[in-house]
Design a protein around this ligand. Structure first.
Ligand code: SAM
Ligand code: SF4
Ligand code: SF4
Length: 355
């Protein structure tokens, strides 16, 4: 790190803690959206009424190339990032994605540790791609699956996609050694809350780690209402009544999922209570959109254009200074402020900035 960087912001930087923002949160995780496109139309993310045939997705030239993503990822790692999560949109609709994973896999933190590389997917292309992704160096995968019931699942993905094909994708991930597979479930009142116990039983039997996510008011198109959220406490009580569970200590600062284990020793699960128990105080996460904008919060109204700098020929030092400076003045805590009626503020869609 250069002198310039150390003295740029009002807060501190040191090699161990990385760049700190205004609330002393280090920059640790980067979610990289590789596309704004998706083959699903989950109503809570890309409702089909809004994202129809005529919707203008980003043209190819506006999307970061793999080389540009790799270069930025390296700079983020230099600033303290230890975890990269490839996401979207649906990351597996981006051609040759295993090539990107192969380019990211050799990255090392300043103290020589391998960077943790994960991927979040709707699972529809995993039968074809799980093995190439694992061969490219991917070690961890999260698959979104909102119900085991075929009718409910077809409704929740908005394109009538059969659940059996995602289950087969999850099996392919396991066969490729991407274990344990994490499975994300977004619960919506009246739609799939009745799937909690069947999903939990299945995940316990199969050795997958289930993570229940509270439905969030991301973006502006999903018509979110607090009444549609199934609170984390309710999910915990439902599961505890069937198979007693107990809380686990967080694995690290900034872990968004509250971890629970089954008292009978048969597995664990995570609860992401972003609405009822916000975790902004420990949020160490930045997001890079497919078009190269940096967002410091999932609920940001606007991003910082890094593509323009990249394509104007900025040096690594210049990019490092810019990103470090953006993080240093970060003061986001949207979920903590949600209760104070900030949910009317403009926001960017989740699929666009990397959910
Ligand atoms: N397409 C991939 C997938 O669905 O896994 C990756 C991108 S998706 C935006 C990332 C995660 O965000 C998924 O697990 C999805 O269920 C979750 N998500 C999308 N909209 C959400 C919302 N309104 N509230 C909570 N989680 C949401
Ligand atoms: Fe696509 Fe994922 Fe959004 Fe569903 S949650 S519409 S699969 S990006
Ligand atoms: Fe982080 Fe923003 Fe979510 Fe708070 S609301 S946890 S700051 S992404």
């Amino acid at each position: 790190m250069t002198e310039t960087i150390e003295h740029q912001g009002p807060t501190t930087f040191d090699g161990r803690d990385g760049r700190l923002d205004r609330f002393d949160r280090a920059l640790r995780d980067l979610r990289i959206s590789v596309t704004d496109r998706c083959n699903f139309r989950c109503p809570y993310c890309m409702p089909k009424e809004v994202f129809g045939r005529d919707y203008a997705f980003l043209p190819r030239a506006e999307i970061l190339t793999f080389e540009e993503i790799r270069r930025l990822a390296g700079i983020f790692v230099g600033l303290g990032v230890r975890k990269l999560r490839v996401t979207g949109g649906e990351p597996l609709v981006r051609h040759d994605l295993p090539d990107l994973v192969a380019m990211l896999a050799p990255l090392r933190t300043p103290d020589g540790q391998p960077v943790d590389i994960a991927l979040t997917t709707n699972g529809s292309a995993l039968r074809r791609l799980a093995r190439p992704l694992a061969d490219a160096g991917l070690r961890r995968i999260t698959v979104s699956l909102d119900s085991l019931d075929d009718d409910t699942f077809r409704r929740m993905n908005g394109v009538d996609y059969p659940v059996a094909r995602v289950l087969d994708g999850i099996a392919a991930a396991r066969e490729a050694g991407l274990t344990p597979v994490k499975v994300n479930v977004v619960l919506r009142r009246g739609l799939n809350e009745s799937s909690v116990l069947s999903l939990a039983a299945w995940a316990r039997a199969e050795g997958h780690v289930l993570r229940f996510i509270e439905y969030m008011d991301v973006g502006t198109t999903n018509g979110w209402r607090l009444d549609d959220v199934v609170p984390a406490a309710e999910v915990v009580a439902t599961i505890d009544a069937a198979w007693p569970i107990e809380p686990l200590e967080p694995g690290y600062r900034g872990e968004v999922a509250e971890r629970w284990r089954y008292r009978d020793g048969r597995g664990e699960l995570g609860i992401i209570a972003s609405v009822t128990r916000p975790f902004c105080g420990d949020c160490t996460r930045a997001r890079l959109s497919a078009e190269g904008k940096l967002y410091t919060c999932l609920f940001s109204a606007s991003g910082h254009d890094l593509r323009e700098l990249l394509r104007a020929g900025a040096t690594d030092d210049e990019l490092t200074s810019r990103i470090g400076a953006i993080w240093t003045v970060r003061a986001d805590r949207y979920s903590e402020l949600r209760a104070q009626a900030t949910d009317r503020l403009p926001k960017v869609e989740m699929f666009a900035l990397g959910g």
